[in-house]
Design a protein around this ligand. Structure first.
Ligand code: AQP
Length: 339
């Protein structure tokens, strides 16, 4: 791509709830890093989404900075991409309100994340949890995004975003770019280690269900050793389709850049315990340089806040343009034009 050509925009975000986990890395962050050559990336710490579930204020504050530092430690280049905290750009809340008025309750009622999270947080089924997809649509549409790398769990929200963009464009005139999803071919859904029928989630109350990106080596080894498998002991071609062992094979394959047949060839006929030992080693080897870089960044507080301030400023400048177009189309009077 020549210097003059503007790169297409890629956007993704993670809620600062819990501890960044391997599922988030494999489903989202890994692809951010791989795609940043060809796209101008916008990577957001989506704190406004995270308050749909109760958070302790001090933890939330720390996590926002820690997540941004982990984006950088994973290899996101702050000179080529925009990294910021969602609440620093008020246009997200403003566009989200407009989009709420174009989203049907029937559509929101179908969202599986709302159903899952309502069950997990029965004492706090709030309106924000319900209208979460409209805020996610605002995050994406504000930046005229071309591509959204997400895990398979977010596919439904992305489809709603596309529907909202098309609905608005058809009602008025072309305003939003309709974004494309990017769902990784392998590792789109990393499963829980103890309950492999459900996805690995960073805010799971049982820490043995996930590998946190900041887990020390002994914790990683313990969690993998305890990971639930099945009554067989030996790996075969159909192990990939079994919930527990299949998940461990998938994680190993992703970390070692193997396809399905490559992973089966590597482990066929070998014991489950061999896979667990080699997977622990791969994880520790992969996470060690990541964690070293993370700790360096966290000691340079000025560096991190400089990147986040700069990112928010750039984001606001893009977001302002889209929002004023939206306001004009729906008939809001522009400030200063009332005389
Ligand atoms: N298990 C997973 N496998 C693959 N991708 C995953 N993602 C999450 N879990 C997996 C991807 O990570 C990104 C960030 O997700 P999020 O923070 O917006 O919310 P989420 O999807 O609800 O993720 P969690 O980890 O399950 O968070 P909590 O526990 O807070 O609800 C998304 O791109 C998602 O696809």
């Amino acid at each position: 791509m020549s210097e003059q050509q503007v790169k297409p925009t890629l956007l993704s975000g993670i809620q600062p709830s819990g501890q960044l986990a391997l599922g988030n890395y494999v489903g989202a962050m890994r692809n951010w890093v791989n795609l940043q050559q060809d796209y101008r990336g916008i990577f957001i710490v989506v704190d406004m989404h995270s308050i749909t579930v109760r958070q302790k204020p001090a933890d939330l504050r720390n996590r926002c900075l820690s997540f941004a530092a982990q984006y950088l430690a994973a290899g996101i280049d702050p000179n080529e991409n925009i990294i910021f905290i969602q609440s620093h750009v008020p246009q997200h809340a403003e566009l989200s309100w407009v989009l709420n008025c174009y989203t049907y309750m029937g559509e929101l009622n179908r969202m599986t994340q709302f159903k899952d999270k309502s069950k997990r947080h029965e004492d706090n089924v709030n309106a924000g949890l319900y209208t979460y997809p409209a805020l996610m649509a605002a995050d994406i549409l504000l930046y005229q995004t071309d591509l959204v790398p997400v895990g398979a769990d977010q596919k439904q929200h992305l489809e709603l975003t596309r529907d909202l963009a098309a609905r608005f464009n058809n009602t008025y005139s072309p305003t939003f770019k309709v974004p494309e999803p990017y769902i990784p071919a392998s590792g789109a859904r990393i499963m829980s280690l103890q309950e492999p029928e459900k996805k690995m989630s960073k805010s799971d109350s049982n820490e043995n269900n996930f590998i946190a990106l900041l887990d020390p080596p002994d914790v990683i080894q313990r969690k993998i050793k305890r990971a639930v498998t099945d009554s067989a002991r030996e790996i075969s071609a159909d192990s990939l389709t079994k919930p527990g062992i299949g998940n461990l094979l998938t994680i190993y394959a992703v970390l070692n850049d193997l396809n399905e047949s490559g992973i089966v060839d590597t482990f066929a006929g070998r014991q489950y315990s061999d896979l667990k030992a080699e997977l622990s080693d791969s994880l520790v080897a992969f996470l060690e340089p990541f964690q070293t870089r993370y700790h360096e960044i966290m000691t340079e507080k000025g560096y991190l806040s400089g990147i986040l301030d700069d990112g928010a400023e750039k984001a606001r400048s893009i977001a302002r343009k889209t929002l004023s177009k939206v306001h004009r189309k729906i008939g809001f009077v522009a400030p200063g034009r009332m005389k």
